[in-house]
Design a protein around this ligand. Structure first.
Ligand SMILES: [Mn+2]
Length: 347
């Protein structure tokens, strides 16, 4: 196979690399892609994710990227409200034209837009949750898909509310150091550590199709694991990867999900702090970024209807290690969506 140029030359779009799926519909215009890195240097130009067009600059879209700059649900280090800005900044570095690993040119295959940030109330949690849910609900109508950049993990609950209303209960594929299925913390039912118990209680998750991947670290109580199993989760602990191998873990996740619509939630603290220091509740013994990318790419073909990458807290980051990891994960999620979008758009 010929190796494509990292950045395409300006002018008419070159023919798609081998293996690129057909565009979603012959009648739809060619996607408006990112600013060309060969024409405008990557450190200049638009401040959108991967320098993609804004949602108001195109007629229609397949996938939207949304920022959810909220961190009032954080239990330890605050600061994830600055995650969307940092991840967008680091996304400038990515060459978005073609992914050899996924054999896809996402932004020539589907129309991806940056929908900006949901203007969340930083003081009133219920109001912030409504804002995130309503923004997500509007963006995902008609089978359109959504990738949200957090924000702390609390934002996953309103996102799941919007997604379940559109698709019914979903299979949650949850990469995280922590279960996030506590009941309450200091009496508060809605925090970044309790969201998936609330999601279970609200019937947003398909029974026995959800899985946590990357769990590790000590707990307040062994009962946490008993409760979690009752909510229908299975667990692949971080240390299990040594025994299972990445391929074995992928096979378990795929078997767990079956053919149920997937909500993919990636807490950046699933990575070892060596690979993601800029986060609110770091735990040692996590995945390397190479392992996480392989695990993520192993989800190819699954019906991922929406995703989030959360808990990037730039104040604790160094040299954009964490935000570059998050930006790369978002780009790969968009690549996965590009490979399956043609079969799922309904309008
Ligand atoms: Mn989390």
């Amino acid at each position: 196979m010929t190796v494509p140029e990292p950045d395409p030359q300006p002018g008419p779009a070159p023919s798609a690399p081998p293996g690129t799926p057909e565009p979603p519909a012959a009648t739809r215009p060619a996607p408006v892609g990112p600013v060309e890195g060969t024409r405008v240097p990557r450190f200049a130009g638009e401040s959108t994710f991967a320098r993609l067009p804004r949602v108001d600059q195109v007629g229609d879209f397949d996938v939207a990227v949304l920022g959810a700059p909220f961190d009032a649900g954080t239990s330890f280090r605050p600061g994830a409200r600055f995650g969307p800005i940092a991840v967008r900044t680091s996304s400038r570095h990515l060459r978005p034209a073609y992914s050899p690993e996924l054999d896809v040119a996402p932004f020539r295959t589907i129309q991806v837009v940056d929908a900006g940030d949901a203007p969340v109330n930083p003081f009133v949690l219920d109001d912030a949750m409504r804002t995130v849910r309503d923004h997500a609900a509007e963006l995902i109508t008609g089978g359109r898909r959504l990738v949200t950049i957090g924000g702390d993990h609390t934002v996953a609950l309103p996102l799941l509310r919007a997604v379940a209303r559109e698709h019914g209960p979903v299979a949650l594929v949850h990469f995280d150091a922590h279960l996030d299925t506590w009941d309450t913390y200091f009496g508060a039912p809605l925090t970044h550590g309790t969201v998936f118990r609330r999601a279970f209680e609200e019937g947003l998750l398909a029974a026995d199709h959800s899985v946590h991947v990357g769990i590790r670290g000590p707990l307040y109580d062994a009962q946490d694991l008993v409760d979690d199993a009752r909510f229908g989760f299975s667990i692949i602990r971080a240390a299990d990867l040594d025994r299972l191998t990445v391929e074995g873990a992928i096979a378990q996740v795929r078997a767990r999900v079956a053919d149920v619509p997937v909500y993919l939630s990636i807490d950046i603290d699933v990575l070892d702090p060596a690979f993601a220091p800029g986060t609110g509740t770091p735990e040692i013994g996590g995945f390397s970024s190479r392992e996480l990318l392989r695990l993520l790419r192993g989800l190819d073909g699954l019906p991922i209807v929406a995703a989030d990458v959360v808990e990037v807290a730039p104040a604790y980051d160094h040299a954009e290690i964490t935000s570059l990891a998050a930006a790369t994960l978002v780009l790969d999620i968009l690549g996965l969506m590009a490979r399956t979008t043609a079969s799922t758009r309904t309008a």
